[in-house]
Design a protein around this ligand. Structure first.
Ligand code: MRU
Length: 354
């Protein structure tokens, strides 16, 4: 069974229902977001997380924003609320490009609707925004499935696969990116073992990836982040597959902190290193990974473990949520369109054009 991470409930007056990922695996609880403020908070605090899921949720966040309008609001006011909702939600997290991609797409489609039908009544505009958000949702489901179909060949019978953080169904509207090839290989009856890094400080690997894979009946072994090198040296890993939060034009890839170290370890041990991501994760407006904004998160995420303090009061902390893996360390990027071997500016632009 694959989790349904987010769901729009009802018509344009409805709400966004999310699995509250802060509480997994201990509790399976749904969270209802009924306004943009609640959704902003849900994204910021990682109730919903993972680049594609953040993007799809934000698209529905614009639908929530438009619920503030009344029939008395004129076209200027409608466009103002639209722009404000997008701007506000864009501040929730800085690294995953899918957030900005989805918000831009909803805003542009609503602006085009207004330009084409300036006399349309408010319900028609709100309906158009919901339709666009639904399209983004459906496309994500489809892209995830195709990433799985394109990538399952990298999971050989009996293989050991290492993954980091969570790039599964919980991180998307569909069956995930990095985990999608695993779900497809499993469907074909292939046996393999997944090593899931715990992923300090927020433990997405231990809490979420292990939960998802267990639910799906895929063998999963949780390891601490600092065990990856040892496990590779012992010969347990045949491939590393992770997701991505933003891929620059040259293939440099931002993903959860720790991904870069894994790419170095994989290279050292001669293990192929794959990134799985939909085309909505590419940012061709930036040349290299140096330009990717990296989110810095609260000190407490590092100085506490659950509710237990594990570092002295007042100690200095550095807590970047993501790092950038150089394109030269990436064997291939798996997208919904196919495989980009040895990613570079040229191969990426050709791949995305088709
Ligand atoms: O901070 P998070 O949990 O949102 O980080 C998520 C990741 O780093 C994922 O690997 C990435 O978003 C890809 S999700 C398909």
């Amino acid at each position: 069974m694959i989790a349904q991470t987010l769901k729009w409930v009802g018509d344009v007056n409805g709400f966004l229902e999310l699995i509250d990922q802060r509480r997994l695996p201990g509790e399976f609880v749904k969270l209802q977001c009924r306004n943009t403020e609640q959704l902003y908070e849900a994204i910021k605090t990682l109730a919903v997380r993972g680049a594609p899921a953040i993007g799809v949720s934000a698209a529905y966040g614009v639908v929530l924003g438009m619920q503030k309008l009344t029939e008395a609001d004129n076209v200027e006011r409608r466009l103002e609320v639209l722009a404000k909702s997008c701007k506000y939600l864009a501040l929730s997290r800085p690294t995953a490009i899918n957030l900005f991609w989805a918000l831009d797409r909803v805003r542009k489609s609503a602006e085009e609707f207004v330009a084409g039908k300036p006399d349309a009544k408010l319900p028609a505009l709100r309906e158009a925004v919901l339709t666009e958000a639904n399209a983004i949702y459906q496309e994500d489901v489809e892209m995830c499935r195709r990433i799985g179909e394109n990538g399952e060949k990298f999971i050989k019978p009996g293989a050991g696969i290492l993954t980091h953080c969570n790039a599964g169904a919980l991180a998307t509207a569909g069956q995930g990116t990095a985990l999608s090839p695993m779900f497809e290989a499993h469907k074909k009856g292939r046996k393999f073992k997944v090593y899931s890094d715990e992923t300090r400080p927020l433990l997405q690997g231990a809490r979420l990836t292990a939960w998802e894979l267990k639910q799906a009946g895929i063998e999963v072994v949780v390891i601490c982040d600092n065990m990856a090198g040892c496990v590779m040296k012992q010969g347990h890993i045949n491939a590393v597959i992770t997701g991505a939060d933003r891929i620059a034009a040259n293939g440099d890839t931002a993903n959860k902190i720790g991904t870069y170290s894994l790419s170095i370890l994989a290279r050292e041990h001669g293990i192929p290193f794959y990134i799985a991501a939909p085309s909505s994760t590419f940012d061709l407006s930036i040349k290299s990974g140096d330009e990717i904004p990296i989110e810095q998160r609260a000190d407490e995420e590092v100085t506490t473990f659950g509710k237990t303090q594990i570092a002295p009061d007042g100690v200095k902390v550095y807590n970047p949520a993501f790092d950038v893996t150089d394109a030269s360390n990436i064997t291939a990027i798996i997208t919904e369109k196919g495989i980009i071997e040895n990613p570079c500016t040229d191969s990426i632009s050709k791949h995305l054009r088709f």
